[in-house]
Design a protein around this ligand. Structure first.
Ligand SMILES: N[C@@H](CCC(=O)N[C@@H](CS)C(=O)NCC(=O)O)C(=O)O
Length: 120
């Protein structure tokens, strides 16, 4: 395994929820990353953010790791879940709630409902 792949593998296995993004959760540097971080922040999810802009090897490595061409990328319990479009859809359909519940990830259900109400 390359250094980047090893680092990615260890990160997603050591942390329940990881978001590979541009910028960080406090200051996203891309609208797509901002949207996913915004959902997780609003839902009160505890997660690790990895800024791919800080390391080109991780930026390319995460795409190879998941075989997914873009960033952001959300991982739950070591599994790739999706990017911005998928996370948005899963938030609105309630599938993200189900995924968190199935994996014992704490989140604010009322906040999730508010997102759905505002976008229904
Ligand atoms: N449709 C994508 C949008 C994300 C996207 O297009 N990301 C681009 C621009 S930020 C990207 O990662 N390009 C490759 C790169 O910048 O390395 C999604 O659902 O996540």
């Amino acid at each position: 395994m390359s250094d980047a792949k090893t680092q990615i593998d260890e990160t997603v296995k050591a942390n329940d929820v990881v978001l590979f993004m541009k910028g960080n959760k406090a200051m996203p540097q891309c609208g797509f990353s901002s949207r996913v971080a915004g959902v997780l922040n609003y839902m009160g999810v505890e997660y690790n953010d990895v800024n791919v802009l800080a390391d080109d090897a991780i930026r390319q490595g995460i795409k190879d790791y998941s075989d997914w061409p873009t960033i952001p990328q959300l991982y739950v319990k070591g599994e790739f879940v999706g990017g911005c479009d998928i996370i948005t859809e899963m938030t609105l359909s309630g599938e993200l709630d189900q995924l968190f519940e199935a994996n014992g990830v704490a989140y604010d259900k009322d906040a999730a409902e508010k997102i759905r109400e505002a976008n229904g």
